[in-house]
Design a protein around this ligand. Structure first.
Ligand code: TXA
Ligand code: MG
Length: 330
């Protein structure tokens, strides 16, 4: 893999121009979106998309989300139906990814689809991501900017920790405010199915077209290969729904909790699941760095963004060694 002296630059006008230039030259750039930081590259170039897989050490069968400036740009890549149009109208720009049938003439690398006949498309709302998409004038493949299987980055420093030396440029645009990745909705089956819960909830989606199911994790042919049981995993084992803390454990708590200390983080003292989502990955990183015997995690209600938080925590709690031998996580 090529070595780079990774630079972190501000996301003002000159930073946006440099990022756009680097992307047009086929280089990879870490950049903020409203959900988490992405590792962006020109989705039209095979070599660039292949480099994204290499830099992340991502398994080749795990497809990538293509980020575009608007629904018109998405329409060049995939076939919209009435449901997709209504959803795009309501939730774009924003944290919703739609899986739709790939157009045969779609001008993006086949590698983004990883062998599927679909493409995941998303129009991000983060002003920096939007400015870069505008300036580069390209569809950008952008997975979360972490090494495969690790916790997603919500801050430019996390991207540096994960990818320093592997990419030339990180655009620093503050903390990603949602904190968990976009909702992934599969519209290729007869019924829409949520493949990954996120900030756009099942209730939000149902308001547009009636009830929406969650795809079962046990699908024989998972429609979202990224939904592997162990994902977003810190090195320290997690113990979920913990009502107590053991000697050698850190504590990730939620809601009114008077316990304080170096080994304790509170996702949201006021008990707000959205605030918990925003803090989740940064706090997991901090507690993981303590190298204790474990991290006890207090129960978090399954309401609003709590669904996405609990989804990520369950994946983070699945031991890494339960993965297939080829190390399959995204
Ligand atoms: O919020 C987000 O979506 C972030 C930011 C950077 O935009 N991106 C992100 O990308 O989370 P990534 O690659 O870490 O996760 C993409 C997920 C994976 O679970 C992948 O398997 C699934 O979307 N996916 C992508 N293309 C797909 C397709 N054609 N069919 C089914 N699942 C797909
Ligand atoms: Mg990811």
């Amino acid at each position: 893999m090529q070595h780079f002296d990774t630079e972190i630059i501000g996301a003002g006008g000159p930073g946006i121009s440099r990022a756009a230039e680097a992307l047009r030259a086929g280089q990879l750039v870490g950049l903020p979106t409203e959900t988490v930081y992405g590792l962006a590259g020109d989705a039209t170039r095979d070599v660039t998309v292949a480099a994204i897989f290499a830099v992340k050490e991502r398994p080749r069968f795990n497809p990538l989300i293509v980020h575009v400036a608007d629904a018109t740009a998405a329409d060049r890549l995939v076939q919209f139906d009435r449901r997709a149009e209504a959803l795009a109208e309501t939730f774009w720009p924003g944290p919703l990814t739609l899986i739709l049938p790939r157009r045969s003439e779609a001008p993006v690398s086949l590698l983004v689809s990883a062998g599927l006949d679909t493409v995941a498309v998303r129009v991000p709302s983060h002003p920096v991501a939007r400015a870069v998409l505008q300036a580069a004038g390209l569809p950008l493949a952008a997975p979360s900017a972490n090494r495969s299987g690790a916790v997603s980055p919500t801050d430019p420093r996390h991207v540096y920790e994960e990818l320093a030396g592997r990419i030339p440029l990180i655009l620093a645009g503050g903390r990603a405010d949602v904190g968990v990745e976009s909702t992934v909705l599969d519209l290729t089956g007869s019924e829409p199915a949520i493949l990954r819960p996120g900030a756009v909830s099942a209730e939000d989606l149902a308001a547009v077209f009636g009830a929406v199911g969650f795809a079962a994790d046990t699908d024989a042919q998972p429609r979202s290969p990224g939904r592997l049981p162990s994902h977003y995993a810190p090195a320290t084992p997690l113990r979920l729904d913990a009502r107590d803390v053991a000697q050698n454990e850190a504590l990730l708590t939620f809601g009114p909790d008077l316990r304080k200390g170096d080994h304790i983080r509170n996702l949201s003292e006021k008990g707000d699941p959205a605030e918990a989502a925003a803090n989740l990955f940064a706090m997991l990183r901090e507690l993981d760095r303590l190298n204790l015997g474990g991290i006890a995690v207090s129960p978090i209600p399954e309401t609003g963004l709590g669904v996405a938080v609990n989804d990520r925590l369950r994946r983070a709690a699945t031991p890494r060694h339960s993965l297939p031998a080829d190390g399959t996580a995204g």
